[in-house]
Design a protein around this ligand. Structure first.
Ligand code: PNS
Length: 187
């Protein structure tokens, strides 16, 4: 019997918990799921393609039916090349729908035999996007809980020292509170 193969295409710059939630859901309904990272020379990514491959491989290594690959050109051509019959995409909120519908219909026009399958990530990730994660981390905010720990560590490495400052800011405040309360006791 033919295997039911899907690709999950995207930029994954960086992978978020929303992406991983979708990969988990996709791995349950497809025989094989190929996480396909677009090699896009026009973009100026935070993580290069090899870094994104390494992160996604580490994060999905425990699924026997998930693999990570890269592609360029049309998504539909890549899907056909790997023998996929579906393209998996996530829809978080209504705002995603218009863009996703447009892409799905264009892909259908190009390759009518391919089906786009939409899945919803857990609602706790419904506001999480790679773009916002990059922005918050770049400006020194915490992205704990929104990305896997490995990604958080890699963001810290990339964006140091801004990210580190945010990371240690509460500890510094706590220390200064302790100093203040000691001073109050003395007075
Ligand atoms: O994670 P993203 O950035 O939302 O993913 C967008 C992606 C990679 C799925 C889309 O840009 C894409 O399919 N690009 C490949 C080129 C292509 O096929 N373009 C026509 C899409 S209708």
């Amino acid at each position: 019997m033919n295997k039911n193969i899907a690709i999950y295409p995207g930029s994954f710059d960086p992978p978020t918990n929303g992406h991983l939630d979708l990969i988990e859901r996709g791995s349950k309904i497809f025989d094989e799921l190929v996480v396909a990272i677009l090699r896009n020379p026009d973009k100026d990514p935070l993580f290069n393609v090899s870094e994104r491959v390494a992160m996604l491989e580490a994060l999905t290594g425990h699924y026997s039916n998930v693999r990570v690959d890269t592609f360029d050109g049309l998504t539909v051509d890549y899907a056909v090349k790997v023998g996929a019959s579906s393209v998996l995409r996530g829809i978080r909120a209504l705002s995603d729908y218009e863009y996703e519908l447009q892409m799905a219909l264009m892909n259908r026009k190009l390759r009518p035999e391919l089906e786009t399958v939409f899945m919803m990530p857990a609602e706790k990730y419904s506001y999480v996007s790679s773009r916002l994660v990059r922005e918050v981390a770049q400006l020194g905010g915490s992205v704990k809980g929104l990305v896997p720990e490995l990604v958080e560590q890699n963001l810290r490495g990339k964006l140091d020292p801004a990210y580190k400052l945010a990371e240690f800011a509460p500890a510094r405040e706590e220390r200064s509170e302790t100093r203040k309360s000691r001073a109050r006791k003395k007075a």
